[in-house]
Design a protein around this ligand. Structure first.
Ligand code: NI
Length: 188
């Protein structure tokens, strides 16, 4: 049974380490499969749309993402992810489960292609644009010991009702505000 792990917060040394590459033989270890299940459980409970292993104090190169949208952006687990293509630049507003209650503005690439392995060791490739692409970049940064706050400007508490609603909804791994804006537009 999957269980909810503690999400460590900014200031914890594990968040600042460059995570270790996963030996694919580890995928045969039930404890590693348990880690993946627990990461999904922890992300959904938070709630969030992405979670990297260092955030549950495991310094290994894997993350989970699930936008739970109609385009089928997840659920995915990516082991030993690598960007094979990075293109363009876009504005992003992000928060992080390891930096609760805060948001900030930063630049991300507009499009990334991410290759890696799934939980069975099968090669996968994800093409990320928009929120999905930004989420992939946010999670990849966690594997390199980088927090969005290192790159962001105007880091601030989410104070408006709209911002708070956004954080409560998906805790902004990637950009909850965008999703919230879409909801607002749809109901206007
Ligand atoms: Ni994060």
């Amino acid at each position: 049974m999957p269980y909810i792990r503690e999400i460590i917060k900014d200031g914890h040394p594990t968040l600042r380490k460059v995570a270790k590459k996963v030996d694919l033989r580890e995928l045969n270890d039930p404890m590693f499969q348990q880690l993946i299940d627990d990461m999904f459980e922890t992300m959904y409970h938070a709630p969030g749309i992405g979670l990297a292993a260092p955030q549950v104090n495991v310094s290994k190169r894997l993350f989970v993402v699930d936008l739970d949208d109609e385009e089928g952006h997840g659920p995915y687990v990516v082991v030993n992810p690598k960007f094979t293509t990075i293109e363009g630049e876009i504005d992003s507003i992000e928060g992080c489960l390891s930096v609760p209650g805060m948001i900030g503005d930063l630049k991300r690439h507009e499009r990334v292609v991410c290759s890696g392995f799934d939980r069975d060791g099968k090669k996968i490739e994800l093409v990320g644009t928009g929120l999905f692409g930004r989420c992939l970049q946010h999670e990849m940064d966690h594997l390199d010991g980088i927090l969005y706050t290192d790159k962001a400007q105007n880091i601030r508490a989410a104070v408006t009702d709209e911002e708070k609603a956004a954080l409560a909804e998906v805790e902004a791994e990637g950009a909850a505000l965008e999703r919230n804006a879409e909801v607002a537009t749809a109901s206007a």
